[in-house]
Design a protein around this ligand. Structure first.
Ligand SMILES: Cc1ncc(COP(=O)(O)O)c(C=O)c1O
Length: 462
């Protein structure tokens, strides 16, 4: 067996022992030296396996004390019940890609929709790109099924079950180029839809509904999720929600509301919920909250998610899980659009998922983003009487409300002087009376995080 397989096997073995509870949170992990002697493995093999466990957050190290087992309840572990071998391809350990350009923006920007590209496993992705072309040269040139590549849909079904509790058959999955495109497709399948949407909400939703002249009502979002008690005032049949991390407020819908929302949908045959689960891979505190789809037993949830956060935004790949009856309705459409995502990209991502690399990448990125968020929040905490943080349990953005009397204009003026770019929340909520900002942190490199945070504090505090 090659050394590469040895360390991957060891990693997989140790990970399984942690997942199965043979080690408890806080337990001391064997030292690398002891383990390599005990298993007659080289130090390098053990070193590589431990590095993967560290990267993904299964273990942590304490200076001069050794390795300890993390609290894995907060990790949405996938492949728990995996039936296929996750390592059908040989891989290298995830390494920081060299030659990444420094932050080329002259501003200290808290942009939305950016990932930390520095940690993207480019070497592996390159390998999957090569594999995709080598393995299926002729198939790759064919048009795929309108729903997308079967292998990718299988991998997504497997991943969704293990990470989000979503149960579906690959036949119910459709791959598209964006969340917007898939929501658009959903509106073609639904009969006489009239929407409840969140207020404030993800801007493309309003755009689609306006363009298609579909009636909708905007329902306020509370800290516990969309205000369901307002539903009774209208006779609409579709609810579009972002329950795991509401966009833009960042609020998480509580379990009571999730259940009530499903009950609402179950009361009538033509009612459906569209669950946009766009950044659910990144939940940092508390137990992972299952998807609405996983709580529903009557096929009432249309589930949508994207690879824009979990892989990279320019990948332009999102996926839709239709309830069985809507899936048949889609199959019977006579004027279906062809699939818009290139076959080789679908193959690459499918191979990336099948090999276990996607899981490792997510575990690693969850750690990276959590560290960034913790850093910012801790730096802001002495100013809690001036700045209120919300929506910081998950995802790659949170909100900041300025409570010290500074006006929006004054904040923006000061931001300009400090070369800081921050997005006013009023861009999403025109009726807003507070001074509030929405801050994306995913794309800020660790090297400038301190400068970003200091500029933020300097700008927004007195
Ligand atoms: C609510 C919501 N849905 C979906 C997405 C991603 O969409 P796409 O798949 O088109 O990149 C985002 C991006 O920020 C979002 O905020």
């Amino acid at each position: 067996m090659s050394n590469q397989h040895l360390y991957l096997n060891l990693y997989e073995n140790l990970k399984q022992q942690i997942i199965e509870g043979q080690y408890q949170s806080g337990d001391k992990f064997p030292s690398k030296r002891v383990l390599s002697q005990h298993l007659s493995l080289s130090n390098t093999t053990v070193e590589h396996a431990y590095q993967l466990l560290l990267d993904e957050g299964y273990i942590y190290s304490k200076p001069r004390s050794g390795y300890f087992v993390s609290d894995i309840e907060t990790l949405p572990i996938i492949n728990r019940n995996s039936t296929h071998t996750p390592y059908s391809h040989s891989q290298e350990p995830i390494s920081k890609e060299q030659n990444i350009p420094e932050n080329t923006h002259c501003e200290l920007a808290f942009n939305l929709s950016e990932i930390d590209a520095e940690y993207f496993p480019m070497q592996q992705f390159r390998k999957y790109a090569r594999d995709a072309f080598e393995d299926d040269q002729l198939l790759l040139l064919q048009r795929v099924n309108a729903k997308g590549e079967w292998q990718l849909r299988q991998e997504i079904a497997h991943y969704l079950f293990n990470s989000r509790g979503v149960t579906c058959h690959p036949e119910q999955i459709i791959i598209g180029s964006s969340t917007e495109q898939l929501i658009n497709l959903v509106t073609d399948i639904l009969k006489e839809p009239q929407f409840f949407i969140e207020n404030p909400s993800y801007p493309p939703i309003k755009k689609i509904l306006d363009k298609k002249q579909i009636k909708y009502s905007q329902i306020p979002v509370e800290k516990t999720g969309i205000a369901l008690d307002k539903f009774g005032e209208f006779n609409h049949n579709i609810a579009y929600v972002t329950p795991s991390h509401q966009f833009p407020t960042g609020y998480v819908m509580n379990l009571k509301k999730r259940t009530q929302l499903i009950q609402w949908a179950q009361q009538s045959e033509d009612r459906y919920i569209i669950e946009d689960d766009y950044d659910s891979e990144f939940r940092y505190f508390g137990k992972p909250i299952p998807a609405l789809q996983s709580l529903d037993t009557k096929d009432k949830v249309i589930y949508i998610s994207t690879f824009s956060k979990s892989l990279y935004p320019s990948c332009r790949m999102a996926y839709l899980v239709l309830p069985k009856n809507l899936s048949s309705r889609y199959d019977n459409l006579s004027n279906k659009d062809g699939n818009t995502v290139p076959t080789h990209l679908q193959k690459m991502v499918a191979n990336f998922m099948e090999s276990g690399s996607f899981e490792r990448h997510l575990n690693k990125m969850r750690k990276v983003y959590k560290e960034k968020l913790k850093f910012i929040i801790e730096k802001l905490s002495p100013y809690e009487d001036q700045l209120e943080v919300n929506g910081a349990l998950a995802g790659m953005h949170f909100t900041l409300t300025v409570k010290n009397g500074l006006s929006l204009e004054a904040c923006l003026d000061r931001a300009k002087k400090n070369k800081l770019k921050i997005i006013p929340f009023s861009q999403y909520d025109q009726q807003l009376t507070e001074v509030k900002f929405i801050l994306g942190f995913g794309g800020i490199p660790f090297s400038t995080l301190k400068n970003h945070t200091n500029a933020l504090i300097k700008t927004l505090t007195l």
